[in-house]
Write a protein that binds this ligand. Structure first.
Ligand code: FMN
Length: 158
């Protein structure tokens, strides 16, 4: 059996991003209450953190145009997205101020707008802590409610 030694790669933001994109992740849209209008964003940093107590987390890029509002939220709703929901995933990643225009929502925890589409998994969370991690801030959430459908979550992998 042949043995391939992994090639050493210089660690730069670009090489790290490229290599970590090979790690499969799901895709979620996170919503929250902003100062004057709702916040919504596509993320793939969402992950499970603890089962007991039930905690999840995700990271917000400090370059986000509404970063100050995101790090001030006291709760957020995670919508794990399915493959047939690519249009919503793109919409909530695009640089536009009207991400919610024409998107049906219903008020959830503390009035946070929840997407009414049939997502595989929806978690309403209270922010339990925030941590500075380099060019991102980590938002830990305590899961308050959970709702699910049988839809298969979308997967990203390069
Ligand atoms: C697949 C995918 C995953 C993303 N993951 C994150 C993420 O984990 N955290 C984040 O802050 N932005 C993430 N983004 C970028 C945001 O969706 C958004 O485009 C970016 O924050 C700029 O929007 P804003 O200025 O309204 O924040 C991701 C984008 C895509 C397409």
């Amino acid at each position: 059996m042949s043995c391939v030694t992994p090639a050493t790669i210089e660690v730069t933001p670009a090489t790290l991003r490229g290599q970590l994109a090979r790690w499969p992740t799901g895709v979620a849209i996170i919503t929250a209450n902003g100062l004057s209008r709702p916040l919504g964003k596509t993320v793939n940093s969402f992950h499970s953190a603890s089962l007991e107590p039930a905690m999840v987390g995700w990271c917000i890029d400090k370059k986000s145009s509404r970063f100050d509002e995101w790090v001030a939220v006291t709760g957020y709703v995670v919508h794990v997205m399915a493959s047939h929901q690519a249009e919503l995933v793109s919409r909530f990643a695009a640089s536009r101020s009207d991400r919610f225009d024409g998107v049906e929502t219903t008020p959830g925890l503390d009035g946070i707008p929840m997407l009414t589409g049939e997502v595989p998994l929806r978690l309403e969370c209270r922010v339990a802590g925030t941590f500075d991690v380099g060019d991102h801030v980590y938002l830990i959430g305590q899961v308050v409610t959970m709702a699910a459908t049988a839809h298969v979550p979308m997967t990203l992998q390069r």
